[in-house]
Design a protein around this ligand. Structure first.
Ligand SMILES: Nc1ncnc2c1ncn2[C@@H]1O[C@H](COP(=O)(O)OP(=O)(O)OP(=O)(O)O)[C@@H](O)[C@H]1O
Ligand SMILES: [Mg+2]
Length: 314
């Protein structure tokens, strides 16, 4: 058998005469993370709900690892774990109790339950909290338990609907780190998000949807370079308020196209070329001794691509 896959074939979902998902064709295959992007109401949650059999499509088919989700629900869902709308965990439960209950519901044999619960608790890095009551947990910790629940059956396909929404920066980082570690373990992760920087950080590919229709599906690199006109973008931070001398020094670096002050200590630099040019830019900026304390590839290339594609689809 090939790697994990999900596939939509002419998939549509209508609410009365309104098309929430419209003739969607999309095939994702292999271990990777695919970001699912689109404006509010684009049809992301609806699509993910169809793949988890929470709602039925009006027409078309949805497959998980080649199994039709409508005709072979059990077989299809046997390979999938999902976090769609963060369910509330009973506050008096500990993570261990909550996950053991869910493991039972999912049909994991009694003899294997404790071991699986241990494994998923470790996977979401909650071992030190496993016997504390969930009622006292932060949102980020609860979300990690929800992710652990999605992983109980050790699924190859993982569907996540905005897993970091509502979390503070630390909670977001923790959830992203979990997603990154899942990627290394042969999983296919399909994750909706409104945070382009998050998608640029953790995803290998992006699928964009608008008005229920697929607008683009390609690798992150292709999507961004198509709209970047051969330019790259980095955001740099300096240790004190930037002055004209520094601006001139940065502008003079070979390959720099433009410079935009985001705030007194943060500057966005556009430069010609790809990763090689970015490496050289970093080297040149360091040697200019401008007090640079951080240098980071920016998500703004994906932002440009997103705005262009969504604009074109209207
Ligand atoms: N049960 C329902 N009855 C009628 N319309 C619905 C229903 N569920 C969703 N819709 C509509 O379908 C469209 C797609 O909704 P969906 O929740 O899939 O969008 P989304 O891409 O997840 O948006 P968001 O980014 O806001 O989460 C929206 O216009 C929504 O109002
Ligand atoms: Mg949604």
């Amino acid at each position: 058998m090939t790697g994990p896959s999900i596939e939509a074939v002419n998939l549509s979902k209508n609410y009365e005469r309104f098309a929430a998902v419209s003739n969607l064709n999309l095939r994702l295959e292999g271990p990777k993370c695919v970001g699912f992007l689109g404006p509010n109401g684009a049809g992301k949650t609806t699509t993910l709900k169809i793949f988890t059999h929470l709602i039925k499509p009006t027409s078309g088919e949805a497959y998980i690892n080649g199994q039709d989700i409508t005709k072979n629900v059990r077989k299809a869902l046997a390979h999938a774990g999902a976090l769609i709308e963060s369910p509330e965990i009973y506050p008096a439960f500990t993570p261990r109790e909550a996950l053991s209950e869910i493991a039972e519901l999912r049909g994991i044999p009694r003899t294997e339950r404790a071991k699986r619960v241990d494994e998923v608790i470790a996977e979401v890095r909650m071992a030190e909290w496993e016997n504390k009551r969930v009622g006292k947990f932060s949102k980020g910790m609860k979300q990690r338990i929800n992710i652990a629940a999605a992983l109980l059956t050790d699924p190859e396909v993982i569907l996540l609907d905005e897993p970091t929404t509502g979390l503070d920066p630390r909670g977001m980082t923790e959830v992203r780190d979990i997603v990154k570690s899942l990627k290394t373990r042969n999983k296919l992760i399909f994750m909706s998000s409104h945070l382009l920087s998050e998608v640029a950080d953790v995803c290998d590919e992006v699928a964009m949807i608008d008005h229920g229709k697929l607008v683009k599906y390609d690798t992150l690199g292709n999507v961004t370079s198509q709209f970047s006109r051969g330019e790259g973008v980095v955001d740099i931070t300096v240790s004190r308020d930037i002055d004209e001398v520094q601006v001139t020094a940065i502008s003079a670096v070979d390959g720099v196209v433009s410079l935009e002050k985001l705030d007194p200590r943060n500057v966005r630099v556009r430069f010609r070329g790809g990763l090689d040019a970015q490496e050289k830019l970093l080297y040149d900026l360091v040697s200019k001794r401008i007090g640079m304390v951080s240098f980071k590839g920016s998500a703004s290339a994906l932002e440009d691509a997103y705005l262009n594609l969504i604009e074109d689809s209207r």
